[in-house]
Design a protein around this ligand. Structure first.
Ligand code: 2RA
Length: 340
């Protein structure tokens, strides 16, 4: 006895990955529906060996469906998530719309799986921002051992985080650099992304930070511990898939790098690739398609009493979005929606 699953936004980067991962992990699916906007109605998407034809989200009735994985923008989510919830279908939402709602659990199963138990309040569970998800997976085991006081993180975020149009812009802009007359002006991004880095993701806030940076602060506090101080600088880089992060951590208690490495090696969802030699670390192009959050460059920060530096890399479409959403569904099934 399995679940009736809906994937909303099935034609986008994350929606595609949700279908792939549901199939890869053999999630117990009795029935599955792929939904998209009216203009994408009829579009075929893969679910393992099967091909699904996208149905129209606007007229879909969620009654009798168990879980809906949402991978659409906040504006559309605002319309359809409450509709699905009111029809008895639990929504796992990848947009930022509900992440900061005190009545909606914000969940990374390796960190706060028990939070899914609170789904009944709104029948909605929120998926964190991609840059937050990989970071809290890395921080949680270290926090449990030596209590984190402060985190300083710089991110190197791939263009797939902005969607397919951004990936096309990077590709065409890069090609255009070498073919006279085929230059491609910035459109998705305010400046050239090819052979460049852009210290600006999402909108600017009054204090000079960006909303992407604010998300990492607010979400880390909600998922892990509101006492942790976080400051972030989020940067877009000319990489197609895979986010990387340089994370500086200050603890309450001393934690040496060898012990930290041992702790991380045993922690859920983490793969440590950390040798002090050429190539002894993970890079974004190598993480694509993997489930793991990779940790490298583990070393003491001797400029403060209890400091550590780490390098963290993960597939932003997987652990950063689709995989985490499917893991939430798995956790929800185990803890709250037992079948059969
Ligand atoms: C980005 N985190 O990388 C944002 C949304 N996926 O663009």
């Amino acid at each position: 006895m399995g679940y009736k699953i809906v994937v909303v936004g099935a034609t986008g980067n994350v929606g595609h990955e949700m279908l792939n991962i549901l199939a890869e992990r053999e999630f117990p699916v009795d029935e599955i529906a792929a939904l998209a906007s009216r203009r994408s109605m009829g579009t075929e998407v893969s679910f393992g060996e099967r091909t699904l034809k996208c149905q129209d989200l606007e007229h879909f009735d969620f009654t009798g469906w168990d879980i809906a994985l949402f991978a659409i923008g906040s504006d559309a989510t605002k319309i359809y998530a409450p509709k699905a919830a009111s029809q008895g279908c639990v929504v796992i939402d990848n947009s930022s719309l509900y992440r900061y709602d005190p009545d909606v659990p914000l969940v990374v199963p390796e960190v706060n799986a028990e939070a899914v138990d609170g789904y009944k309040k709104k029948m909605i569970i929120a998926n964190p921002n991609c840059s937050t998800a990989q970071m809290v997976v890395a921080l949680k085991p270290l926090h449990d051992r030596a209590r984190i006081k402060r985190v300083v993180v710089s991110t190197y975020q791939s263009v797939s985080g902005s969607g397919k149009e951004a990936m096309d812009e990077l590709w065409n802009q890069t090609k255009g650099m070498f073919v006279p007359g085929q230059e491609v002006a910035p459109k998705v991004y305010p400046k050239q992304i090819a052979f460049n880095v852009i210290p600006h993701i999402d909108v600017f806030l009054d204090d000079g930070s960006t909303k992407e940076e604010w998300k990492m602060v607010a979400e880390t506090k909600k998922i892990m511990d509101k006492s942790i101080k976080v400051t972030a600088t989020c940067v877009r880089v000319p990489v197609f898939v895979g986010h990387a992060e340089s994370i500086n951590i200050e603890f309450e208690d001393f934690l040496d790098d060898d012990e930290a490495r041992d702790i991380l090696r045993e922690a859920p969802g983490i793969m440590v690739i950390d040798k002090r030699e050429d190539g002894g670390y993970m890079t974004p192009v190598e993480c694509v398609g993997d489930y793991a959050t990779f940790i490298s460059r583990i070393r003491q920060d001797s400029t403060i009493e209890n400091g550590l530096n780490i390098w963290c890399v993960s597939d932003n479409l997987r652990k950063g979005a689709a995989l985490n959403a499917v893991q939430i569904a798995e956790t929800l099934g185990r803890r709250c929606l037992k079948k059969g």
